[in-house]
Design a protein around this ligand. Structure first.
Ligand SMILES: NC(=O)c1ccc[n+]([C@@H]2O[C@H](COP(=O)([O-])OP(=O)(O)OC[C@H]3O[C@@H](n4cnc5c(N)ncnc54)[C@H](OP(=O)(O)O)[C@@H]3O)[C@@H](O)[C@H]2O)c1
Length: 245
């Protein structure tokens, strides 16, 4: 494991207790970034050199306010909005009537509030990088988790708008669109899944390669399909017949 390199920006990862969050912390440390690992329950994080744990529920405005001075003092230059929630609910056939709101709070409104708080510090540093972990479902939904897909679509739109809004401040905004990943979130998904380590490495590589849309691992094919024909991705994921185009 390499020691943090002072020349590399400090990176914040939200949802650091999760499958991809853990892999991101490891990959960033490997590259020499100091990492602030934010979690609802930081006691669950494994202590490691080059990693500072931070209490952060992204839906809790008071916790965001309390985290901001810590993030400013640490000189955070990379913000990775990784925390996510998928309750696996349809839009009409939902057992939890509050599912859509809870998913919106974790996947869209929380990251937006966090960014509103931290962006002035990035601007004061002369720039930085924001990475929003989205999903291919932001681009075309799976009907069985329609409200999750809608929340990721909102975050995708936020990503595009922020990219334009923050370009004059020298802040890059990267959207990441994984397919199924082998983490707790996709435990019930029976199909092929990417390793979170592969996805994390693709995200960390994007910090240096200038790409603003990342389709890691097996999502590369879905990204190519979406670019060529967005309706074809919808047909593939939703099983929509040709005639209903
Ligand atoms: N797994 C997939 O197939 C897949 C595919 C595409 C995109 N993604 C996205 O990838 C990202 C990482 O998910 P994952 O696959 O690693 O799932 P995961 O293992 O379930 O991890 C989710 C993480 O988000 C955290 N979280 C949930 N609500 C939070 C809140 N209110 N405040 C702060 N943290 C919160 C969880 O914290 P706790 O440990 O405290 O619950 C956990 O650390 C998510 O944005 C997800 O939507 C996943």
């Amino acid at each position: 494991m390499s020691t943090p390199k002072p020349s590399l920006p400090v990176a914040l990862v939200t949802g650091a207790t999760g499958g991809l969050g853990c892999a991101l912390v490891a990959s960033l440390r490997e590259r020499g970034h100091h990492v602030i690992a934010a979690a609802r329950e930081p006691a669950r994080l494994s202590p490691a050199a080059g990693v500072t744990p931070l209490q952060l529920d992204v839906t809790d405005a008071q916790q965001i306010e309390a985290a901001l001075p810590v993030l400013r003092a640490a000189g955070v230059g990379v913000v990775i909005n990784n925390a996510g929630l998928n309750l696996g609910e349809g839009l009409v056939a939902c057992r939890d009537e509050h599912a859509a709101l809870r998913e919106l709070q974790v996947n869209f409104l929380g990251p937006m509030r966090l960014l509103r708080g931290i962006v002035p510090a990035l601007q004061a540093r002369g720039g930085g990088t924001i990475v929003n972990v989205l999903s291919v479902l932001a681009l075309a939904p799976l009907p069985l988790c329609g409200s999750y897909a809608a929340s990721k679509a909102a975050a995708h739109s936020m990503t595009q708008a922020l990219r334009a809004e923050l370009r004059p401040s020298n802040i890059r905004v990267v959207g990441v669109y994984p397919g199924a990943m082998d983490t707790a979130m996709a435990a019930d998904f029976a199909g092929a899944k990417d390793s979170p380590l592969v996805v994390a490495d693709a995200i960390v590589a994007a910090l240096g390669n200038g790409h603003d849309e990342v389709f890691p691992g097996a999502a590369a094919g879905l990204g190519a399909l979406w670019r060529a024909d967005p309706k074809a991705l919808e047909r593939l994921l939703c099983g929509t017949p040709e005639a209903s185009q």
